[in-house]
Design a protein around this ligand. Structure first.
Ligand code: AMP
Ligand code: MG
Length: 279
């Protein structure tokens, strides 16, 4: 695979977004409006196109290679850009190798099992890129904020989640977790845009306003989740997400670097193909 020199989004910058075990992140100190070395979207366009070409090529090879699976976890406050990130980051990749799972309020059947039951079933098979739009982290976020289970239950889940992800990683799943970090002001703008645009209104849920009122509780729950479950094998990244194009750029860069580091190769063809004549 050709190494495309990346001039702008350095590894050091991307690394600065990773939550390092033992170095707790404070979300209040991470700027959601950051755009790295780019002043505006126009300046990043060439970089975005390069990354897209790389990602498309890498995904094709990863699928053919058939040795590992890749799990991408997306978490964010309402309007944080989970849907948009899936749409724009994965544009151009082969849908056959990508599987998106959106986790909603658990059904009665799901609730009658342990909280990881529905999640484990949805993890990507070998060769697949699985994307979780919300995830098992809801079980230490919305569940904690609304006390849907007692504290002695949710407080045990951080360790359970670490162990669950360790199991996945030990069995060949590469895990990347992205928290899309928007400001409360930006959420207000995006909620208003949903109200104003007839084509976006379907996304507006009155309940989102109740969650918005609990913003600080959510930030505390997010901080704990990120700090307690970011591991070497399943790292969290805090992605500045007020600017959608920068959010996409950061996720794509990390995705490309991760896929490259796995060094996927096309399988060897059957022997003797040189002599094959198609009549
Ligand atoms: P949306 O992503 O906008 O379609 O909304 C899905 C809703 O499902 C959000 O309000 C989530 O908080 C909620 N949800 C997802 N997982 C859980 C869970 N484990 N327990 C309770 N609510 C959840
Ligand atoms: Mg919603």
């Amino acid at each position: 695979m050709n190494e495309t020199p990346r001039k702008n989004l350095s590894k050091e910058l991307l690394e600065s977004y990773r939550v390092k075990p033992g170095q707790p992140v404070q979300l209040g100190t991470v700027d959601p409006t950051a755009t790295g070395p780019f002043e505006r979207k126009k300046r990043a366009r060439a970089e975005l196109e390069l990354l897209r070409d790389e990602l498309v090529e890498l995904q094709e090879c990863f699928y053919a290679w058939d040795k590992r699976s890749l799990l991408i976890v997306l978490q964010a406050m309402d309007t944080g850009g989970k849907d948009g990130a899936i749409e724009h980051v994965m544009k151009g990749t082969n849908p056959q190798g990508v599987e998106v799972t959106s986790f909603k309020v658990p059904t009665a059947e799901e609730l009658s099992h342990d909280y990881l039951w529905r999640v484990h079933k949805a993890t990507p098979a070998r060769r697949m890129i699985g994307i979780f739009n919300r995830s098992h982290y809801e079980d230490v976020l919305v569940v904690r904020v609304h006390s849907l289970v007692p504290e002695e239950v949710w407080s045990q889940r951080y360790e359970q989640i670490r162990e669950f992800e360790e199991l996945l990683a030990a069995n060949g799943t590469v895990i990347l977790k992205f928290y899309l970090h928007i400001s409360k002001d930006e959420q207000a703008r995006r909620l208003q845009a949903r109200l104003d645009d007839p084509n976006k209104r379907w996304k507006f849920a009155k309940g989102d306003l109740k969650e918005r009122a609990l913003w600080d509780d959510y930030m505390a729950a997010y901080a704990d989740a990120l700090n307690r479950t970011s591991t070497e094998d399943a790292p969290w990244y805090v992605v500045p997400a007020n600017h959608k194009w920068y959010r996409n750029l950061v996720i794509m860069s990390i995705l490309v670097d991760t896929l490259k580091s796995l060094n996927p190769t096309y399988p060897d063809p059957e022997e003797g193909l040189d002599d094959v004549v198609i009549e």
